[in-house]
Design a protein around this ligand. Structure first.
Ligand SMILES: *[C@@H]1O[C@H](CO)[C@@H](O)[C@H](O)[C@H]1NC(C)=O
Ligand SMILES: *[C@@H]1O[C@H](CO)[C@@H](O)[C@H](O)[C@H]1NC(C)=O
Ligand SMILES: *[C@@H]1O[C@H](CO)[C@@H](O)[C@H](O)[C@H]1NC(C)=O
Ligand SMILES: *[C@@H]1O[C@H](CO)[C@@H](O)[C@H](O)[C@H]1NC(C)=O
Ligand SMILES: *[C@@H]1O[C@H](CO)[C@@H](O)[C@H](O)[C@H]1NC(C)=O
Ligand SMILES: *[C@@H]1O[C@H](CO)[C@@H](O)[C@H](O)[C@H]1NC(C)=O
Ligand SMILES: *[C@@H]1O[C@H](CO)[C@@H](O)[C@H](O)[C@H]1NC(C)=O
Ligand SMILES: *[C@@H]1O[C@H](CO)[C@@H](O)[C@H](O)[C@H]1NC(C)=O
Length: 479
């Protein structure tokens, strides 16, 4: 490799593998050789450090595969060939794909195992609005039908199934779902298949999604399903507050999940914990469990900061929510269920919430309705029990609580302690509206309903053990 070679080939793209091998001396010779090559080096390389569950031995840049970051050329083939190429390293230390600064239009593409997708600062992945760029998939077994249309569903923009060890991260790069096209079709009832999600990972283990900004998903943003050992961290998720079903993060039939330090503004629930729909979810029977959600900031005027359900037919248990903030949000940690769902929502622990401008602080709904089939099993009653909330400060609240269990299937063992709620100017007379529930309260103002009698000095439980996913330490990786 000589300086004159480089000078004669100033417009070559420097592959990662090559630049990694070059010593500082030769890298300096680029500086002498070519301004344009310096730009490539500065923007694409430069010893980037990032935290991840696993580092990778190999790396490549999207442009190595013919991608053009002009915002109008489709790069679906480039993403697919890059990831197919890098999948050769699955058993050889894994690989990382760099998405450099630029606007990279693409349809849906699939991830591989032992793989990292890294979006540099000012890298924007733009989702195509051309439906031919979105392959279809069968409906999810635990849902039995699509949520927008009964038959199939569009594959998510970034999709993975049956994988081990996948990281989607970056230096706060952006994935923009350009959802307005899909929201319009949904509102006009023109969808033949269910809308795609921004990211969906199925049947996988060891997943990290972190340090990125996600905009305008066609529907839900981040959907891990039938998966385990998941870290979701440092995401900024933004969608218009009137966009349909733009849930932020939906852990669905997943085990061991840690969601932390995310900022979400959306048209639906900031986090929606799910596990399947009526008989389909009961049959698949995979719960969401061992989930911690901490330091979330949520703005969602028409939905919840954290919803449990309404699709919860595989069960939801051991959910911990700590130090979360909601502003101008309809409700805080809401339980949604219905006759026909079966299963349970139990062992829910909420500690430390700061809430401002809320319609409800506490909201549970046993009559949510919304069934995949009209002939759901009326004997499939959900069991809602051991729901604990403590250390909450709220202001400008319209209703303190609306707690509606199911007749002959009450929600039991509800515990609420150390809660101060400041009601708004437009406060409603009936601050605590309770039916078919049972539990206790302590140190709660305004005064709770008779179904939640005061038990002085009672502190609602919060587990003092640590979930296995909380012990996972991220390594410092470089490329
Ligand atoms: C990712 O965010 C974490 C904090 O959540 C921060 O410590 C880390 O430096 C960030 N990494 C990158 C590559 O931006
Ligand atoms: C993909 O992998 C092959 C085999 O390792 C390699 O020779 C080739 O250069 C790669 N393709 C691109 C576009 O980098
Ligand atoms: C992506 O994965 C899905 C599900 O396995 C599959 O149907 C589809 O063909 C894959 N797409 C590509 C481009 O490999
Ligand atoms: C993925 O895993 C699921 C559950 O183990 C299995 O039913 C399915 O056949 C697998 N799919 C592929 C493409 O390997
Ligand atoms: C990431 O980008 C978003 C959108 O520009 C911004 O709001 C957020 O503060 C950024 N996060 C970090 C950690 O820089
Ligand atoms: C209080 O809440 C109402 C809606 O109930 C809202 O219009 C108003 O701006 C809020 N006030 C403050 C000070 O946040
Ligand atoms: C009550 O909750 C507040 C936060 O809202 C917290 O600072 C305080 O320590 C709690 N008190 C007790 C006795 O736990
Ligand atoms: C109380 O809650 C029930 C059940 O959710 C509802 O039907 C009723 O309208 C509520 N009453 C008031 C006064 O808000």
């Amino acid at each position: 490799m000589s300086l004159s070679f480089l000078q004669d080939n100033q417009n070559i793209t420097v592959p990662m593998s090559l630049t990694m091998k070059l010593g500082p001396k030769i890298r300096n010779s680029y500086v002498l050789g070519s301004i344009s090559i310096i730009m490539t080096l500065v923007s694409v390389v430069g010893g980037v450090e990032y935290p991840a569950i696993n580092c990778r031995k190999h790396s490549a840049v999207l442009t190595d595969f013919g991608a053009i970051g002009d915002g109008t050329t489709s790069n679906t083939d480039a993403f697919n060939s890059a990831i197919t190429n890098l999948s050769q390293y699955v058993n050889d230390g894994g690989a990382l794909l760099v998405v450099p600064p630029g606007k990279w239009l693409t349809g849906s593409f699939n991830l591989t195992s032992h793989f990292t997708l890294f979006l540099q600062k000012d890298a924007v992945i733009l989702a195509s609005q051309d439906e031919s760029e979105w392959p279809s998939l069968p409906v999810l077994p635990s849902y039995g039908r699509g949520r927008d249309a009964p038959d199939g569903r569009f594959s998510s923009l970034i999709f993975g199934t049956n994988l081990t060890d996948v990281v989607i991260t970056g230096d706060n790069g952006t994935v923009d779902g350009q959802g307005s096209y899909w929201w319009g079709k949904f509102k006009n009832d023109e969808l033949k298949l269910t809308r795609p999600y921004l990211i969906e990972i199925m049947f996988s283990d060891q997943i990290q999604v972190s340090n990125l900004t996600f905009l305008n998903s066609p529907s839900w943003f981040v959907h891990p399903i039938y998966s385990s050992n998941i870290i979701i961290q440092g995401l900024t998720i933004l969608a218009p507050i009137d966009s349909p079903n733009t849930d932020g993060i939906n852990p669905d039939s997943c085990d061991n999940i840690r969601i932390e330090d995310c900022y979400i503004v959306s048209g639906d629930d900031c986090v929606a914990v799910k596990s399947g729909w009526d008989g389909y979810g009961i049959k698949v029977g995979i719960p969401t469990q061992h989930l911690i959600i901490r330091r979330l900031t949520c703005i969602s005027p028409d939905s919840a900061m954290i919803a449990l359900g309404s699709e919860m037919s595989g069960g939801i248990q051991d959910v911990r929510a700590e130090d979360n903030i909601a502003i101008n949000t309809q409700s805080a940690v809401r339980i949604k269920t219905a006759v026909g769902r079966g299963a349970y929502v139990k062992d829910i622990f909420v500690k430390g919430m700061t809430l401002s401008t809320m319609k409800y602080v506490f909201w549970m709904t046993g009559s949510y309705g919304s069934h995949p089939d009209p002939d759901f099993d009326p004997k499939a009653l959900p069991q809602i029990t051991r729901i604990n909330y403590r250390d909450i400060i709220a202001d400008n609240v319209t209703y303190s609580a609306r707690l509606e269990g199911i007749p002959n299937d009450p929600f039991t063992d509800i515990c609420i302690s150390n809660v101060t709620i400041g009601v708004s100017e437009q406060k409603k007379k009936l601050q605590w509206n309770c039916t078919d529930i049972a539990g206790v309260t302590s140190g709660v103002t305004p005064q709770p309903c008779d179904l939640l009698p005061q038990k002085d000095g009672n502190e609602c439980p919060y587990p003092d053990d640590i979930l296995p996913i909380e012990n996972v330490k991220l390594q410092t990786c470089t490329f």
